[in-house]
Design a protein around this ligand. Sequence first.
Ligand SMILES: Nc1ncnc2c1ncn2[C@@H]1O[C@H](COP(=O)(O)OP(=O)(O)OP(=O)(O)O)[C@@H](O)[C@H]1O
Ligand SMILES: [Mg+2]
Length: 504
Amino acid sequence: MALAIGIDLGTTYSVVAAVRPGGRPDVLWNREGDHLTPSVVLFQGVDDVLIGKTAKNAAKDLPADCVEFVKRQMGNPDWVFADSHGGAHGAEEISALILKRLVEDASETLGTEIRDVVITVPAYFDDARRRATKDAGEIAGLRVLRLINEPTAAGIAFGTDAAESGTLFVYDLGGGTFDVTVMRLGKGELEVVATAGDRNLGGFDFDNRLMEHVAREVADQGGPSLQDGGSLEAELREKCEHAKHTLTRSTRTRIFFSDSGGNYTVEVGREQFETLTKDLLDRTADTVAEVLEESNTTWSDIDRILLVGGSTKMPMVREMLERLSGKAPDSTVNPDEVVALGAAIVADMELTKRRRPDAELPHKVRDVTSQSLGVIAVEDDLITEVNSIIIPKNAKIPCKEFQIYRTIAHHQRQFKLQVTEGDDDDVRYVTKLLEHPIELPGGLPKESPLKIIMSYDIDGVVHVEIIDAVSGQSLGEVELDRPANLDDAEVAGLSTTVGKARVQ
Ligand SMILES: Nc1ncnc2c1ncn2[C@@H]1O[C@H](COP(=O)(O)OP(=O)(O)OP(=O)(O)O)[C@@H](O)[C@H]1O
Ligand SMILES: [Mg+2]
């Protein structure tokens, strides 16, 4: 029988897990025999792509054809990676190649064809980034049963392991993104209370700090400029990431460089590394405070602190959380694997649900929205545009909310429905997801009330309905067409390209 797998598509490393029939979720080996596959792609030629560990190792030799950290570019329509063979690749295509490789390895390990997947995304990913992730799955020829938030997946895996109830605090610092989530675990139930994050903060930024420091030291010793955007920089990045890992276990490490007959050594201590990155850690503490406030929770309400993501292995993370909370974070789960394990449990449930719609599922999961949704309205001066929130962030999914607005002129025949994503009042700082004209019936006096009802369903589909609040008549309905970078034809075209590519 076909299986569905869970994929943690990470900024730096990806992990795949599956629930075998009647079994527990397991992380799957890749073709190198590792659990973690570096999310690195090397374009060796047209239709010839190298992915994972070998590609990561080749980064310093072939920097022009090697691409990393592509998750940071998901949903960015202006970004492409141009290789030296004349190819230009968007973030969805590159992610699709990584997915193809992960699924090939999973099929081999499980001994069965895989088509159905659940892919995880940072809780703080916005709509465009979620859509791009789903498109990447489709380009890879997969059926994306669901996208699930990374901290939620971690909570599911933890919940089934611990079989206990209580309030869980998930601190997830990965390679490129940061999420904090408060959730409640009950018997077979998981309810997310609040989430916040920073989609541009992760181990990558800690590496950058060390790279800047080491480059300065080498230059001071009369060495070459290491941040050259090419091979030297790729070598610097590799060595600094390695040194960072060493500083997790040891209090000192050394980084060596040789260039044109010169040898350079930089010694770094853990305390020094912590000083170089203090503001990054402080930023995570601000988000921690924000989530506690949003969820109306204090540390005394938190039963468990779960550390997720490879960057939580840095001792400063655990120390900071212990200092803030007065509690020792849980050490029972593997921070690298727990997200994929949770995704595998969800993948298995989704497949069961599709096969037997009335089946009793082992877990109920209720997540929240991470971004506010609203419309653009005008203030009383009838000129100043403001973002008016209808569904606030951290609303339980599914949800349905409404607001009343008023027409601004006698016999107004039309208004422009503009749906927004973001918290700011100022329309310049929010994303416009949709613009749609709504026809109004004739004869409405000025300031006639219009009710705008917005709903957000379990698959993230946003539905908007406009009602004449006096007569109760529906004036229009729109289902939000997600703002994708790619149209259907482009997805189909890229799917053919990725289908043809040989991934190794
Ligand atoms: N022992 C360690 N000490 C310090 N940092 C580590 C250690 N092991 C891994 N990391 C860092 O963890 C990060 C990778 O973590 P993880 O695999 O959870 O991230 P990801 O899933 O790729 O990223 P994201 O979830 O942000 O998309 C890298 O920056 C890596 O250098
Ligand atoms: Mg991750």
